[in-house]
Design a binder for this molecule. Structure first.
Ligand code: SAH
Ligand code: SF4
Ligand code: F3S
Length: 447
């Protein structure tokens, strides 16, 4: 008889990919996924601790499962991901109804841990970090799945230790996956019909720097570009300090490379950038942006920005606003600074009044909404190539896909276009997506 599991995923794309591996491992040991916790024999949360709000959400969700466990003591509840890595033992002590805690390096151990809980009724905890060689051998074999676009992990971990950030503490040191293995996976994906790959890591552009004899990230992109069947390549996230000239050049020379780059700046003021330990100045960042725009004039950039870092003055914040106006990002993800236990910045006192912090955040949001609105509105009336990813849930011959700038476009069209790059005339620009009309080859020829 099959057993059922329910899995909820929080946080970034690393966790999304890790959750795919969790699903795969569990299916191999006879579990099937269900959509509601009530129907499950096993409930797992894959967690994020990047900001306080994310962490609190995890504890809130776990609380919801306690009544289920009270009613059905045989229910197994497990926690993985970054909160599990950070809180480990404490989590097991605090939440008596949790049976299983596994860290970010221990996902592959899930089946054995689970068997231990099932057979011996023992609570299990595994959160130790593994050494680089072991981890290099553990990049997951991905399960076959029909899809137009897939993430491919190229590196894990982070060595940058930005002073505010928990990620290096919960993901461990940077390691890159063997280039040959990455290319083999992408060739396999292409053979199964995948058209777009997103190369994934906390810091993809430092790919290969720590492994002797490994190719550079730019060389890896060139090799991926050669793979037949792959139409589009994306990568995320890039650190500005590791954005090499060789990589910037790729945006001029590789037509399959999407003309979008997520290049988090975090702040526009030098004093704050230094305190954040970001490893670049405002001028160096702007210089890289200028060179990107030079090799690829229609590139669109997106960014992450933290508001209210300890010591951020009004002038510093003004510099961030000015930088946002100068770069003209297509979008930003902005965050209120949130102190994280164990990071360097956590010792620094926050002097800013929460009201002022929020006011800066609102001002940044307003500026960016205006800029984003202008940029996305400028697409209206243009015919853009859209990679069709699927049929929309609403049905009714509605398709959706993305432009090179990673914007979702909804439009009417036949389902056999899924997986193709088709010309779409953009008719409306909404807050988070666009609406368009499929340009028929015939109508274009006639007009
Ligand atoms: N590796 C990526 C993503 C890191 S986490 C990168 O380097 O860009 C995603 C974003 O969360 C960061 O870019 C940063 O803007 C934000 N962030 C990280 N720690 C934070 C904190 N303590 N408070 C507020 N925002 C934070
Ligand atoms: Fe965090 Fe900085 Fe590493 Fe990004 S580069 S994950 S912000 S420490
Ligand atoms: Fe969150 Fe961990 Fe990602 S802290 S942002 S899930 S690496």
């Amino acid at each position: 008889m099959s057993k059922f599991f329910y899995l909820e995923t929080f946080g970034c794309q690393m966790n999304v990919v890790d959750s795919e591996q969790i699903v795969d491992l569990l299916e191999r040991v006879g579990y099937a996924q269900v959509e509601t916790p009530e129907a499950a024999d096993l409930i797992l949360l894959n967690t994020c601790s990047v900001r306080d709000k994310a962490e609190r959400k995890v504890y809130g969700h776990l609380g919801r499962f306690k009544p289920l466990k009270d009613r059905r003591p045989e229910l197994i509840i497990g926690v993985g991901g970054c909160v599990a890595q950070q809180d480990g033992e404490k989590l097991l002590e605090k939440l008596r109804y949790v049976d299983l805690v596994f860290g970010t390096h221990n996902i592959h151990r899930l089946p054995e841990m689970l068997a231990g809980v099932e057979q011996e009724g023992r609570r299990r905890l595994e959160t130790e970090f593994l050494d680089a060689d072991t981890r290099r051998g553990l990049f997951p074999e991905r399960a076959a799945k029909e899809a137009v676009t897939r993430f491919v992990t190229v590196m894990q971990g982070c060595d940058n230790f930005c002073s505010y950030c928990i990620v290096p503490h919960v993901r461990g040191r940077e390691i890159s996956r063997a280039g040959g293995e990455i290319l083999a996976e992408i060739r396999d994906l292409a053979a199964r019909g995948v058209k777009e790959v997103t190369l994934l890591g906390q810091n993809v552009n430092s790919y290969g720097l720590r492994e002797t004899g490994e190719m550079s990230f730019a060389q890896l992109l060139h090799a991926v570009h050669e793979i037949e069947g792959i139409e589009r390549i994306r990568f995320t996230t890039s650190h500005p300090k590791d954005l090499s000239d060789e990589l910037i050049e790729c945006f001029g020379s590789l037509p399959k490379l999407a003309r979008h780059l997520h290049l988090p700046v975090q702040c526009g003021a030098d004093a704050v950038l230094a305190a954040m330990n970001r490893g670049y100045t405002r001028a160096q960042y702007l210089d890289k942006v200028a060179r990107l725009k030079q090799v690829c004039p229609d590139i669109r950039l997106t960014s992450d920005i933290i508001v209210g870092f300890p010591g951020e003055t009004d002038e510093d914040f003004g510099e961030t606003l000015a930088l946002v106006e100068a770069v003209r990002y297509a979008d930003i993800y902005s965050f209120l600074y949130s102190p994280r236990r164990g990071t360097a910045a956590a010792q620094w006192e926050e002097t800013l009044d929460p009201k002022d912090k929020q006011a800066r955040f609102d001002a940044l949001l307003a500026a960016q909404q205006r800029i984003s609105g202008e940029i996305w509105q400028s697409d209206v009336g243009r015919v853009l190539p859209v990679l069709v990813e699927g049929t929309s849930r609403q049905g009714g011959a509605q398709l959706f896909g993305r432009t090179t700038w990673n914007r979702i476009v909804n439009f009417a069209g036949p389902a056999d276009r899924v997986g193709q790059v088709v010309p779409v005339r953009i008719t409306t620009s909404l807050k988070n997506s666009q609406v368009g009309e499929l340009e028929m080859e015939e109508t274009r020829a006639a007009s």
